[in-house]
Design a binder for this molecule. Structure first.
Ligand code: PLP
Length: 405
């Protein structure tokens, strides 16, 4: 085996396809979000740019009370917890955060993990692996973490077309009514910005006796009167068996969780290797997330402003005839349709206009649907938006990209 050629060839094929990932070296500056300092890899110089693709959707990562809670917890309790949840790593903050998250979703119990990715891997994977002969019905656009969970579980996976309820029902109908089934889906799809028909999926789950597993990663904190996500907004949370979320996006910190009835949570807690055999979240992150969840349970201001800003951006893009993909949510994708040109557009925006938006290419989205995914937030100003639209118009002209149909 020629190991050296294997690695070099694999990397050069990514370069050839325009899919090689380049990380922008950014330094966020407290109080400045969505501005950040970008370090140019060639000159080593830093300059201020506007970030248009942050998943710190509400700027809670720089909320003063969250920062304060994190700093105090680190000073009071130390940097890490020094163990897994089972072996010396559980503290008061974990317990309080789990209670708070259960309450947020109207569930009996909550369980926190080191990330949203791990929570999907651990919870969905463990359920699918342990329910005997389980089959998972998975929306075609489900996130990599759910796909990995299903692969790891070795359970049968049946993909239904994205948000296509007729397709889901035809697949459910063909299955043995006695066979354990999980319908796995997202509430707000991160790359399209569209919502799942949660109520209809719950109707089908009840009709065909399936469990429902809902990833609310791009919706918690953002939708519903208390930030309980789209399932809260649509008054469907009580019908969902497992709600999964992240502490890293609207809540601005890091970590993931599930909320469900006590037995399901206790089952995952007791059987999921990715929960059991890893060090628990540190006090700083747990305290920060707890503060962010509590803040967004009460405060509507950030959610309302987010929706107003997203609508403003869509209206400016429409007026400029830029091909944004119509979404009902706060996520605003603009179609490019080619990996190389998507990368080029992103480079031009950064180099010439100090605008940072990461290109989204295969395998995150299907080939031919490569896009720039904008996430306007409460702190993007009208001026930021006007600058963005002018920069996009210039980039579209320079690369001869298609305008909106
Ligand atoms: N689920 C979805 C739909 C996601 O988009 C992501 C991450 O972007 C995750 C789960 C993982 O969440 P985390 O970033 O907290 O690991």
């Amino acid at each position: 085996m020629d190991y050296a050629s294997f690695f070099a060839d694999s990397l050069s094929s990514l370069h050839e396809e325009g899919r090689y990932r380049v990380f922008a070296n950014l330094e966020r500056v407290s109080g400045k979000h969505p501005k950040a300092m970008y370090r140019d890899p060639l000159t080593g110089q830093s300059r201020e740019i506007t970030v248009w693709c942050s998943n710190d959707y509400l700027g809670m990562g720089q909320n003063k009370t969250v920062q304060q809670a994190m700093a105090e917890a680190a000073l009071d309790q130390g940097a890490g917890v020094g163990g897994t949840r089972n072996i010396s790593g559980t503290n008061r903050l974990h317990v309080e955060l789990e209670r708070e998250l259960a309450d947020l979703h109207g569930k009996e119990a909550g369980l926190i993990f080191t990330s949203g990715y791990v929570s999907n891997l651990a919870a969905l994977g463990t359920l699918a692996a342990n329910l005997k002969d389980c089959v998972v019905l998975s929306d075609r656009l489900n996130h990599a973490s759910m796909i990995e969970a299903m692969r790891w579980s070795k359970a049968e996976k049946i993909i239904f077309e994205h948000n296509d309820m007729a397709d889901l029902e035809s697949k459910l109908r063909r299955l043995d009514p006695e066979r354990p089934k999980i319908i796995a889906f997202e509430s707000c799809y991160s790359m399209e910005g569209d919502f799942a028909p949660i109520g209809t999926i719950c109707d089908l789950a009840e009709k065909y006796n399936a469990l429902t597993y809902l990833d609310e990663v791009h919706a918690v904190g953002l939708y519903g009167l208390h930030g309980g996500g789209v399932s809260e907004r649509d008054q469907q949370a009580h019908r969902i068996d497992v709600i999964e979320g992240t502490l890293a996006k609207a809540f601005g910190c890091m970590g993931g969780y599930i909320a469900a009835n006590s037995d399901i949570v206790d089952f995952v807690r007791s059987y999921a290797s990715a929960f059991i055999f890893t060090t628990a979240l540190p006090p700083s992150l747990t305290a920060g997330a707890l503060q962010a969840v509590r803040h967004l349970k009460d405060s509507q201001q950030e959610r309302l402003k987010l929706q107003e800003r997203a609508a403003a951006l869509k209206s400016k893009l429409r007026a400029a005839q830029l091909p944004f993909m119509m979404s009902e949510s706060h996520i605003v994708p603009v179609l490019v349709g080619d990996a190389r040109r998507c990368r080029e557009a992103s480079d031009i925006l950064l180099e010439d206009h100090n605008i940072y938006v990461q290109p989204i290419n295969y395998p995150t989205v299907p080939r031919g649907t490569e896009r720039l995914r904008f996430t306007p937030g409460p702190l993007h100003t009208d001026e930021d938006m006007d600058n963005l639209v002018e920069a996009l118009k210039a980039t579209w002209e320079r690369l001869s990209l298609s305008a909106a149909a």
